[in-house]
Design a protein around this ligand. Structure first.
Ligand SMILES: Cc1cc2nc3c(=O)[nH]c(=O)nc-3n(C[C@H](O)[C@H](O)[C@H](O)COP(=O)(O)OP(=O)(O)OC[C@H]3O[C@@H](n4cnc5c(N)ncnc54)[C@H](O)[C@@H]3O)c2cc1C
Length: 352
């Protein structure tokens, strides 16, 4: 039996899920199609959000706009999906050098200062962490439990009869002037949210992705050496408590090997960095890899296909999907429904 909806969304990673929820919230009907790949960036990610770029100690792009938006969006979705996945955390940063501490203290007096705690702590978290130079703290940070979020979304979409599990077949698209159909489903638009797999999409593979593979480890510490759930440690790697004495550790950045497989090289890199932070023994429980949909100019890829306006893309969330996706899903919804222009920096029209 044929079906008619406003939008078909391809991909139920963070981008597709957040866009589907946003469109549903604004009263639109959607169908979400996903192939249930277990090794996606969204399933591997730690889901951290952090308004500070540690490398240069500057504010993350649009942080002041994105954070308040997220703080409304995710709790609303926790309510809708009857699940808990959005956690505020203290990101603690042990300093590696005196210079780093001096710069941190200087920056607390600038615009970014509202996100930097000026207090320096000399605690070692019960003997767990090497901390000779002190630790400081990023304020207004946390994480989205991405697996819990995606599982809750899938359950909700399935229950609402709007989820199809299959590999999307591009040859089944047919377009007419004001609509598009896929198999027996017709819609005003198909919105592609396939993450890095967009590089295989015949309509959007021209977009300038510069993909980055990332690997993570899940480690176990003994119960008497636990790091409080409210804390994330970050010194060359992040250590994120995920409950039951387990911690997610990451991540690597690799531009050449873009396979979905984990590697010995990635594992050794993480272990080397981890051993410089943790004083206590740990056990490796899991090793994962995913490919981030990163872009040449480090900005999202959003907008309509230049020749087929029935096709759109919502992708390129790079290393910051948790922060970017809710804000830009809302912007794309306004663009599609009310013709409010997209931010030029994210509109794929910038590559025409
Ligand atoms: C190791 C690592 C750590 C990270 N840490 C963070 C972090 O702390 N904070 C943060 O904000 N971001 C982080 N990221 C980045 C973040 O994970 C990505 O930006 C985000 O997950 C991208 O989501 P997406 O939905 O665009 O892509 P994906 O997660 O790749 O999802 C795409 C979905 O589309 C499906 N799909 C693709 N092609 C098809 C098809 N033809 N048919 C059907 N389905 C299809 C896939 O199966 C998948 O479910 C991290 C990434 C990695 C790899």
């Amino acid at each position: 039996m044929s079906k008619k909806v406003d939008y078909i969304i391809v991909g139920q990673g963070l981008a597709g899920s957040i866009l589907a929820l946003t469109l549903l919230k604004s009263g639109k009907s959607v169908i979400v199609i996903d192939n249930a790949n277990p090794n996606t960036a969204s399933k591997v990610a730690a889901g951290l959000y952090n308004p500070v770029v540690f490398k240069r100690l500057v504010k993350s792009w649009l942080a002041d706009d994105l954070l308040p938006y997220m703080d409304t969006f995710y709790p609303e979705m926790e309510n809708l999906l009857q699940s808990e996945f959005y956690f505020s955390k203290r990101i603690l940063k042990p300093f590696a050098e005196e210079q780093e501490k001096t710069l941190w203290l200087k920056k607390t007096e600038e615009g970014i200062g509202k996100y930097l705690n000026e207090a320096i702590y000399y605690e070692d978290l019960n003997g767990i962490v090497y901390n000779p130079l002190g630790i400081s703290e990023v304020m207004h940070a946390g994480n989205l439990d991405t697996v819990q979020f995606l599982t809750s979304c899938k359950k909700y979409f399935t229950k609402s009869n709007l989820f199809i599990e299959e590999v999307f077949d591009y040859s089944q698209i047919s377009m007419s002037e004001n609509s598009v159909s896929y198999k027996d489903i017709s819609a005003t638009k198909i919105i592609f949210c396939e993450g890095y797999k967009a590089t295989e999409n015949p309509f959007f593979k021209w977009l300038p992705f510069k993909l980055t593979k990332g690997e993570t480890l899940t480690i176990k510490l003994t119960h008497d050496h636990s790091i409080p759930f409210k804390i994330v440690l970050n010194k060359a790697v992040f250590i994120l408590p995920i409950g039951n004495d387990l911690y997610k550790v990451g991540a690597t950045y690799e531009w050449n090997d873009l396979s979905e497989n984990t590697t010995e090289k990635g594992k050794l890199e993480l272990l080397d960095k981890l051993q410089k932070v943790l004083k206590v023994p740990f056990e490796i429980v899991k090793h994962q890899a995913g490919i981030r949909p990163t872009v040449n100019d480090r900005r999202p890829l959003i907008g309509l296909h230049p020749e087929h306006p029935q096709l759109a893309v919502f992708n390129g969330m790079g290393t910051k999907c948790v922060m970017l996706a809710p804000f830009f899903a809302n912007q794309l919804t306004y663009f599609l429904e009310s013709h409010t222009p997209l931010d030029k920096e994210v509109d794929i029209a910038r590559f025409k």
